[in-house]
Design a protein around this ligand. Structure first.
Ligand code: ADP
Length: 540
């Protein structure tokens, strides 16, 4: 017997068209570079996304061809998120925090002919322009300044509109989007998302047990649209007709809190470093912002310190914790409390929430160590491997990295985790960040979280340092809160309450700031470089 259902491909086109038809009046708000607000209706967004698709088609965009963006989070970027794939192209989001050499490498590797760029980012383009060959560059002119030769105005490009435009025939397996990993090891590697992957990911993250998105929400993605699809939120929000608020280039805590308060944000998402600053601003000024009670704050991308989760909830916000990767679309797990855990006391509840969560529907997980597949017992550590319909099966033109997939078709995440009997995944470390002391593993993440639960500590990062006897030992780099005081001894005593003695960092050094990666995570590679000649006789 054969199934009798329609053969209807999963593509972004019906998501875009539905939003325009059902939720034409829902607003989309963007903060311009000059800090003023740009706002328009979803109907305007759909009209312009369609007009972009039509313009690209007229300009000769070939099926499967990349169109690059170099943009902040804003409505024009959202137009590209939909207009490019709905024209049969692949929206290639360039990470504007990467060094020009990496941008050059990525552009020459993915070979887009067109670039859409925010005017304020033209100085960055100038730095690699001579090393790449782009046919046309469309500038979104937030500042209405004049245009240099060789550049085209984005608004004029899409102005003819979409009369007579017909969407190209798309299969669900067709490429829709592309993002490169940050390349912390080796060259950046490109992941090409299919329409099907983006649609299924949108449905999966919208579920009540995941983000519980609906058209009644107001969502502010702080996580950049130039990295990992802004965790898929822009696609899901258009699918459902939710209001979206885009912060543009203004990512300081006060600007973000102003937007949340003024626009009635109900869910916002970003990396922990953003929320650490937000909690500090709220602590300093608890009554300044009238936030929606219970506003959900999703933290992910690196481990969520318990103190951060508590800090958010102290201000009446709901902390959410998720885990994902560029190689997924990108969310793989989200913390959702099972009914039987409702009985946990407050301390245990927060500790539990530092787990990265349950795998999303359609995401399969397993833990693999030297002994093979490890049981889900909460203790057996190993590498997390995943598979599912919104997980990359290979990188774009990078055969040298084929070993990231196992022979039986699972993706090796490079994360070392445990999974407990209830299915909660807990990340101990990235493989390269683990501290291997005398044949045993020490989780830098757990030490960092414990350090950041100390009232005087603003931020902490733990790295492995070569050791003559133990192979590696942990060094903690600590940033104290403004005007706060703590000694290495007092921090070690704080850690000793929770960890075995051999876990305690042999050195605790105080620094002014922890270097950040292009996506706002702690950049341990830079710290490792800085302390590579560390002499253990200096240790505290
Ligand atoms: P990169 O960090 O190299 O820029 P990604 O943005 O794809 O690349 O990051 C994926 C990695 O981020 C994961 O493999 C994991 O190590 C880390 N990560 C993501 N979410 C979390 C989380 N909630 N807790 C701890 N680590 C996380």
């Amino acid at each position: 017997m054969h199934a009798t259902m329609m053969d209807y491909p999963l593509t972004l086109v019906p998501l875009l068209e539905r939003a325009g038809k059902l939720f034409p009046d829902t607003e989309i708000v963007s903060r311009r570079p000059d800090k003023s607000l740009h706002r328009y209706r979803t109907a305007d967004f759909c009209r312009r996304a369609r007009a972009l698709a039509a313009a690209l088609q007229r300009a000769g965009l070939a099926k499967g061809e990349a169109v690059a963006t170099l943009m902040w989070n804003n409505s024009a970027h959202l137009e590209a998120y939909f207009g490019v794939p709905c024209a049969g192209g692949v929206v290639l989001t360039l990470n504007l925090r990467l060094p020009p050499a990496d941008l050059t490498y990525i552009v020459n590797h993915a070979k887009p002919r067109f670039l859409i760029i925010d005017d304020v980012l033209l100085p960055l383009y100038e730095q690699f322009k001579k090393d790449v060959a782009l046919d046309r560059v469309f500038v979104v002119r937030w500042n209405k300044g004049s245009l240099a030769d060789g550049l085209s105005d984005y608004d004029s490009f899409i102005e003819p509109g979409s009369d007579g435009f017909v969407y190209p025939a798309l299969a669900e397996g067709d490429a829709a989007g592309m993002c490169y990993t940050s390349g912390t090891t080796g060259k950046p590697k490109g992941v090409v998302y299919s329409h099907r992957a983006l649609v299924l990911h949108s449905l999966a993250i919208s579920l009540p047990d995941v983000h519980a998105f609906s058209h009644r929400e107001c969502v502010m993605p702080v996580v950049p649209m130039f990295h990992a699809n802004a965790w898929g939120h822009p696609f899901a929000c258009v699918m459902l007709g939710a209001k979206q608020v885009f912060p543009g280039p203004h990512l300081d805590a006060e600007s973000l809190l102003d937007l949340c308060a003024n626009e009635g944000v109900t869910l916002t998402a970003g990396v922990p470093t953003v929320w650490l600053a937000v909690v500090q601003a709220l602590d300093a000024n608890p009554t300044r912002w009238r936030l929606k009670p219970g506003m959900r704050v999703l933290t992910g991308g690196s481990a969520a310190p318990e103190g951060l989760l508590r800090g958010l909830e102290r201000h009446g916000l709901k902390a959410m914790h998720g885990w994902g990767m560029t190689e997924m679309a990108p969310v793989g797990a989200l913390y959702s409390r099972k009914l039987k855990l409702d009985a946990l006391d407050t301390d245990a509840r927060y500790r539990h929430l530092t787990r990265q969560g349950l795998p999303l529907p359609l995401v399969e997980m397993r833990v693999v160590n030297d002994a093979g597949e490890a049981p889900w017992d909460g203790e057996s550590m190993g590498e997390l491997q995943v598979r599912g319909p919104f997980i990359a099966g290979r990188y774009h033109n990078a055969p040298e990295a084929a070993d990231r997939w196992t022979g039986d078709g699972w993706f090796k995440t490079g994360d070392v985790v445990t999974i407990d009997a209830d299915g909660y995944m807990k990340l101990a470390d990235r493989t390269k960040d683990l501290v291997k002391s005398g044949g045993e593993w020490i989780s830098s993440v757990e030490l960092e979280n414990a350090l950041m639960s100390h009232p005087a500590v603003a931020e902490a990062a733990v790295i492995a340092i070569q050791h003559p006897k133990w192979q590696e030992r942990p060094l903690a780099a600590v940033v104290l809160k403004k005007d706060a005081q703590a000694t290495a001894e007092s921090l070690r005593a704080h850690l000793a309450e929770r960890f075995a003695k051999w876990w305690l960092p042999d050195a605790i050094v105080f620094i002014d700031a922890i270097p950040r990666t292009s996506t706002g995570k702690f950049q341990k590679a830079v710290l490792r470089e800085r302390f590579k000649d560390w002499q253990w006789d200096k240790a505290v």
